[in-house]
Design a binder for this molecule. Structure first.
Ligand SMILES: [Zn+2]
Length: 380
């Protein structure tokens, strides 16, 4: 859950084999942008007269698509600086554009009401026109909808390349890639733009900015929330999820358990805050609790009075037919044991954390993957 392993070879394959064939037509052989390029059935040349066409080469596009999260964030800023060449810093420039666009909307609103407000000044109009022309040109190259999402896009190929079985954010829903009649139609994960497309159009196709996730996490829960590297955890940057699930018992007789989330306190405070902030956005605590009566109950029923004897005996019996502990664990709990495999099956992290709290992992010597952590068991 949360953590994805960076894979630079995959990122390079993604660019060379999937993205490049879609973008090649917009570039000259020397890698510069073709200023005469136009879409089929259109005479409009979107790159003509833009700064983008002088500043962006195919090499830079490749860097934007294959580089790691911190680097693409830096590259994005530098390229925008180069394109817009603002007299102040790029943040102030973009804030100014935003302010003018808000003013423009307000003017429009007033006009619809029948009022006659003053329009934008010539300077404001020039700023916003130039900004839109460059952004439009950026959107022609980094066109997520056409390159990835359309029926002729590479969405299914990217999903297969990433090969992540469950949602990175919730580890609750399968995100398998299945095609129908051998065509690129069927089911696949959605790709969350970790840094939003609306604010980072240059990163719309970046491998490390496309997080495989379920529809509910991507659209219903994250929606329009803007992530930043300062405030949120990035699945490709973290060493581990930074939190664990714990069960609490309210009333044992009525089978009243609930789940809570504990953020690991042996990390820097700033990291803990990022973890908390990100968990809140995906409602991990609330949603996990909604599953208490299902998955948590399945686990707890195997531990009468918190005793792991029954499961330990099951392990012993199964040793004869299943050689590895990972296989036995999977057969008994239906989830993956190793933290590096947790995204292979739904609820793997939750199950692992609860079994850790019940001291089963320690009793069966299943903790070789990480150092032991002292877990407090809550009892009524
Ligand atoms: Zn999800």
């Amino acid at each position: 859950m949360w953590k994805l392993n960076p894979n630079d070879k995959n990122a390079e394959d993604y660019f060379q084999k999937l993205v490049l064939p879609k973008l090649k037509k917009m570039f000259n052989l020397d890698g510069t942008i073709k200023s005469t390029y136009h879409k089929q059935r259109s005479t409009k040349t979107p790159f003509d007269g833009t700064n983008l066409s002088n500043k962006l080469t195919l090499d830079v596009v490749e860097e934007l698509i294959v580089s790691r999260p911190k680097k693409i964030s830096y590259l994005n800023k530098e390229i925008l600086k180069n394109i817009f060449n603002p007299t102040t810093n790029i943040h102030d420039y973009l804030a100014k554009v935003n302010q003018i666009e808000k003013k423009e909307k307000q003017i429009e609103k007033e006009r619809k009401k029948g009022n006659n407000p003053a329009g934008l000044t010539t300077n404001e109009k020039n700023i916003v026109d130039r900004y839109r022309k460059e952004i439009e040109a950026i959107n022609v190259i980094f066109d997520y909808d056409s390159v990835i999402n359309s029926s002729t896009g590479i969405g299914y190929d990217l999903a297969k390349l990433l090969n992540i079985n469950t949602c990175t954010y919730c580890n609750r829903i399968y995100t398998l890639t299945v095609t129908k009649n051998n065509k690129e139609v069927g089911i696949r994960p959605q790709f969350d733009h970790w840094l939003p497309r609306s604010k980072y159009p240059l990163l719309s196709l970046s491998y490390y900015n496309l997080i495989p996730s379920c529809y509910l996490c991507n659209s219903s829960l994250k929606g329009g929330v803007d992530f930043t590297l300062r405030k949120n955890i990035h699945p490709y940057i973290i060493k581990n999820a930074g939190f664990r699930f714990c069960f609490n018992v309210d009333d044992l007789d009525k089978w009243d358990f609930n789940l809570s989330i504990v953020v690991n306190d042996d990390y820097k405070r700033s990291f803990q805050n990022k973890v908390k902030e990100t968990l809140k956005i995906f409602a991990i605590n609330e949603i996990s609790n909604a599953h208490s009566f299902f998955e948590l109950r399945d686990i707890m029923d195997k531990f009468p009075d918190y005793d792991s004897t029954y499961v330990e005996e099951l392990f012993d019996v199964m040793k004869a037919i299943r050689p590895s502990k990972e296989d036995i664990y999977r057969c008994i709990f239906g989830t993956a044991l190793l933290p590096c495999d947790h995204l292979n099956r739904p609820f793997s992290k939750m199950t692992y954390d609860i079994l850790d709290q019940l001291e089963l992992l320690e009793n069966l010597n299943l903790l070789r993957h990480r150092k032991k952590r002292k877990i407090v068991v809550f009892t009524p």
